[in-house]
Design a protein around this ligand. Structure first.
Ligand SMILES: NC(=O)c1ccc[n+]([C@@H]2O[C@H](COP(=O)([O-])OP(=O)(O)OC[C@H]3O[C@@H](n4cnc5c(N)ncnc54)[C@H](OP(=O)(O)O)[C@@H]3O)[C@@H](O)[C@H]2O)c1
Length: 269
C-alpha cells in the first residue's frame, strides 16, 4: 500500500486525485485548509482530508508527498513541512509552476528524492501531458513509480534539464488555455455568421476533435493536411489568405508563447 499526501486539492490536485482514486493499493491524505470538509463529505474510502499537516498522526509512513498549491504560498507551506519527520525514502513531487528544486532543498532534508512535474488540465479527462524532471538522488524504481502515476492521467515526457520546465510550461502547461481561446474565437465567428449557440458549439468542437484525431492517425504534418484542404480557388484558401497574410497567425502564436516562456522564467527567479 502506497500512501500519498496531496498538499493542495484545487483544480489540478483534485483532477489528479480523481484519476488516482481508481488505483488499487493507494491511500490518500489530503491537506487543504478549506476544501478538506468538502472532500471528507464525499466519503471516499481511500481518502482522508485534513485542515493542516498537524492533524496527521503517522506522517513518517507517507511514501509520496505532492505539492499542488499556488506558487505564492509555497514558502509558507515548505516552512511548515520542514517541521515534520518524513521518512528518508519519501518521494517529494511538485507540480507548482515556476518554483525551482533549489527552493525545496532549502526546506527539505538533505538527499531528498525529488521530482518536478508540469502537468496540464486535460489530466481531468485522462488526456493530460505531464513533463517531469528528477533530481540526482532519486532511484530508478521511484522514478518509475511517479511516471506510472502520471501515466494514469495521460502521457509523460522526461526532461533532462530543470530549466526546460520553463519551455514546457509555455507549451503544454498553458497550452489548454490557448486551445480554449481558439475554440472561443472560432465559436464567436460562427455565431456572427448566424448559427445559433448550440450548433456553433457542436460544429466547432467536432471540427477540433476530428481534426486532431485525423492528425494523430495520419503520417502527414499539420501543414501538409492544411494545404490538402485549401484547394486552389476554394473556401479554405480564402480563409488562409487572412490567416497567413504576413504570417499573422504564426507570428501571434510565436509572440504569445514567447511571453508565457518569459513569464515562466521570471516566476522561477
Ligand atoms: N491549473 C492548471 O492548469 C495547472 C497546470 C500545471 C500546473 N499547475 C500548478 O498546480 C498548482 C495548483 O494549481 P491549481 O490550478 O490547482 O490551483 P488552485 O485551484 O488554487 O488549488 C490550490 C489549492 O490549495 C489550497 N491551499 C491554500 N493554502 C493551502 C495550504 N496552506 N495547504 C494546503 N492547501 C492549501 C487552495 O485552497 P483555497 O482555494 O481555499 O485557497 C486550493 O484548494 C499551481 O502551483 C499551478 O502552478 C496548474
Amino acid at each position: 500500500m502506497n500512501k500519498i499526501l496531496l498538499i493542495g486539492c484545487g483544480h489540478m490536485g483534485s483532477a489528479l486525485l480523481q484519476a488516482w482514486l481508481l488505483q488499487k493499493n493507494i491511500y490518500f491524505y489530503v491537506v487543504d485548509p478549506i476544501n478538506y470538509k468538502k472532500i471528507n463529505k464525499k466519503k471516499y474510502n481511500k481518502v482522508k482530508a485534513y485542515k493542516s499537516l498537524l492533524d496527521i498522526k503517522d506522517i513518517s509512513s507517507i511514501d509520496i508527498v505532492i505539492f499542488a498549491i499556488k506558487p505564492q504560498i509555497i514558502q509558507e507551506v515548505l516552512k511548515e513541512v520542514s517541521f515534520f519527520n518524513f521518512n528518508k525514502k519519501t518521494i517529494f513531487v511538485s507540480i507548482v509552476a515556476g518554483i525551482q528544486m533549489s527552493l525545496f532543498n532549502k526546506f527539505l532534508k538533505k538527499n531528498n528524492q525529488f521530482i518536478r512535474v508540469m502537468p496540464n488540465m486535460p489530466a481531468l479527462v485522462n488526456k493530460g501531458m505531464s513533463c517531469l524532471v528528477a533530481n540526482k538522488t532519486i532511484t530508478t524504481k521511484n522514478k518509475n513509480k511517479i511516471n506510472s502515476l502520471f501515466l494514469k492521467v495521460g502521457k509523460t515526457l522526461w526532461l533532462k534539464k530543470e530549466k526546460d520546465i520553463n519551455i514546457v510550461t509555455a507549451i503544454s502547461g498553458s497550452g489548454p488555455g490557448y486551445i480554449f481561446l481558439l475554440v472561443d474565437a472560432f465559436e464567436k465567428a460562427a455565431l456572427k455568421l448566424g448559427l445559433n449557440e448550440k450548433d456553433s458549439k457542436e460544429l466547432v468542437y467536432q471540427t477540433f476533435f476530428g481534426s486532431i484525431e485525423l492528425l494523430l492517425k495520419n503520417n502527414s504534418s499539420a501543414l501538409k493536411l492544411a494545404k490538402n484542404i485549401a484547394v486552389s480557388g476554394g473556401t479554405t484558401e480564402a480563409a488562409f489568405k487572412i490567416f497567413l497574410d504576413k504570417k499573422i497567425l504564426h507570428k501571434t502564436f510565436e509572440r504569445a508563447i514567447s511571453a508565457a516562456y518569459t513569464k515562466s522564467i521570471k516566476l522561477s527567479k
